[in-house]
Design a protein around this ligand. Structure first.
Ligand SMILES: Nc1nc2c(ncn2[C@@H]2O[C@H](COP(=O)(O)OP(=O)(O)OP(=O)(O)O)[C@@H](O)[C@H]2O)c(=O)[nH]1
Ligand SMILES: [Mg+2]
Length: 464
């Protein structure tokens, strides 16, 4: 990837829109941009001012679109380079043609994420902030958006930078000791080293505690509605969506296929699956449906076992519960909830009657028909998934990559502390500290390899 080249791309989503933007960045951006634009009132160009005019083909002088053109000169631009943006009509034909003109004038098509990569390389953003750009674009809930914006604004980066500085300070003291051991530099007492590491270690642990909830908000969670036929699984999905999404009838075995929809539960994008009722059947179509229910059940992080509270427990309820229990035994991370549905009818089953079905599981009473108890069910889902809410004053770690490097730093610090405790030579402590420093630097980008950058920016869209 050559940073000397000037890059161009359509920055808005494909398809028709009110406005579509074509972007240009690099040393020749101003010249290329000006050659393809005829201003309504010709004159001197000022940075960060919008000019009305026409996108034109400089070879034939034909107009491509009436548009607004803005220059943002280095270093005061997104990428830190000279940037030109054409706000055209959001027509795929216009945007394609405009881009073509810029390429003809010497720009090259930008690679995915290359604008943001340049911003990173020019020090406009660090790596965690650059990643947050894509998280903002892809946020599925308000909460996800607010976490992404926090990260973009630098909250996580600052916290990690503070940790790095503490490690660096200690490392500098210890290394001075090693380098000048014959001189009069007093050695750092082991308990002081231990104490210094312990502070950073604790801060890192607090940060790691936020991963669980953060990752759920960013990645989403798979949840599944299961139960015997006719208990109201599809009705619950519809009630959750406030839409008539799944077919509901009073005939058992209505749902055949798994149907998934995303709902926002406390900011977590919950991918909720409605499944065919699990029961023994001779109908081959229903059998396939039941197999799919089981696959969906196995893949879910959260199981919502639906029961009909207006009649006694049926053998089929017990056997579905037993399946859930068996799965949970094998997958320590799977969580479950019981929904006692049809609560609008005279009650036959109480929460106490069903408590024994799934160990340690909480029960919500719902009526999909009357849309009752849904708020409680949502609350219970949130509580079951996020057992401990993260401290309000901490940045939230949302990405699995960040989790991995923080865990690496955590392990390295543990070794450094161990070396200090055992009073090993300072060299051993330094090895651990350097490894921790390196891992933390991978989060913010100080110690990012080219491979890592390729991987991260390769997931971006073109034009971002
Ligand atoms: N009174 C009452 N009826 C309900 C409630 N929820 C669902 N029903 C009724 O129960 C019947 C079955 O509802 P569905 O939502 O199709 O049940 P299901 O669990 O998806 O059934 P299958 O797809 O066959 O497994 C329908 O007649 C619904 O109207 C409820 O909360 N109260
Ligand atoms: Mg159904």
């Amino acid at each position: 990837m050559n940073l000397e080249e000037t890059i161009a791309a359509v920055a808005t989503a494909p398809g028709e829109g009110a406005i579509g933007i074509v972007r240009l960045s690099g040393t020749r951006a101003l010249a290329i941009g000006e050659s393809c634009f005829r201003r309504q009132k010709p004159g001197k160009w000022h940075s960060r001012r919008a000019y009305l005019g026409f996108v034109v083909d400089p070879l034939t002088n034909t107009q491509v679109d009436r548009a607004v053109c803005t220059q943002m000169r280095a270093p005061h631009s997104y990428t830190g380079e000279n940037v030109v943006e054409f706000s055209c009509h959001g027509s795929p034909a216009v945007l394609r043609r405009t881009l073509e003109l810029l390429l003809n004038q010497g720009a090259r098509l930008a690679l995915p994420g290359e604008f943001t990569l340049r911003a990173f390389l020019n020090g406009k953003l660090d790596l965690a902030q650059a990643e947050a750009v894509m998280d903002v674009v892809r946020a599925r809930t308000g909460k996800g958006l607010s976490l992404a914006l926090d990260q973009l604004e630098g909250r996580l980066s600052r916290q990690v930078q503070d940790l790095r500085e503490e490690v660096l300070r200690l490392l500098a003291r210890l290394e001075a000791n090693i380098d000048f051991s014959e001189d009069d530099v007093p050695s750092v007492p082991a308990h002081e080293v231990e104490a210094a590491i312990a502070v950073t270690f604790a801060a890192l642990e607090r940060l790691l505690e936020t991963v669980q909830s953060g990752a759920m908000v960013r990645e989403g969670v798979r949840a599944v509605l299961v139960g015997r036929p006719n208990v109201g699984k599809s009705s619950l999905l519809n009630a959750f969506l406030s839409a008539d999404r799944a077919i509901v009838t009073d005939i058992p075995g209505t749902t055949r296929d798994v149907l998934e929809e995303t709902v926002d539960v406390d900011g977590i994008p919950l991918v909720l699956a409605d499944t065919a009722g699990i029961a023994a059947t001779v109908d081959p179509v229903e059998q396939i449906g039941v197999e799919r229910s089981r696959a969906s059940l196995a893949a879910a992080r959260l199981v919502i076992l639906v029961l009909d509270s207006s009649m006694p427990l049926q053998p089929e309820d017990r056997s579905v519960a037993a399946e859930v229990e068996q799965l949970r035994g094998g997958n320590g991370d799977q969580r479950a909830i019981i929904a006692l549905n049809k609560a609008d009818r005279p009650r036959v089953l109480s929460p106490e009657d069903v408590a024994g079905l799934l160990e340690g599981v909480q029960v919500a009473r719902t009526s999909a028909l009357a849309e009752d108890g849904l708020r409680e069910l949502r609350g219970l889902i949130g509580k079951t998934l996020i057992r401990r809410s993260p401290p309000a004053d901490s940045a939230i770690v949302t990405s699995l990559r960040h989790q991995a490097v923080l865990e690496e730093a955590h392990g390295a610090l543990r070794e450094a502390r161990q070396a200090a405790t055992e009073d090993l030579p300072a060299d051993f402590v330094c090895i651990g500290l350097r490894a921790a420093l390196n891992a933390l630097g991978e989060l913010t980008g100080e110690s990012a390899t080219e491979d890592l950058l390729d991987r991260i920016f390769g997931e971006f869209c073109i034009g971002k």
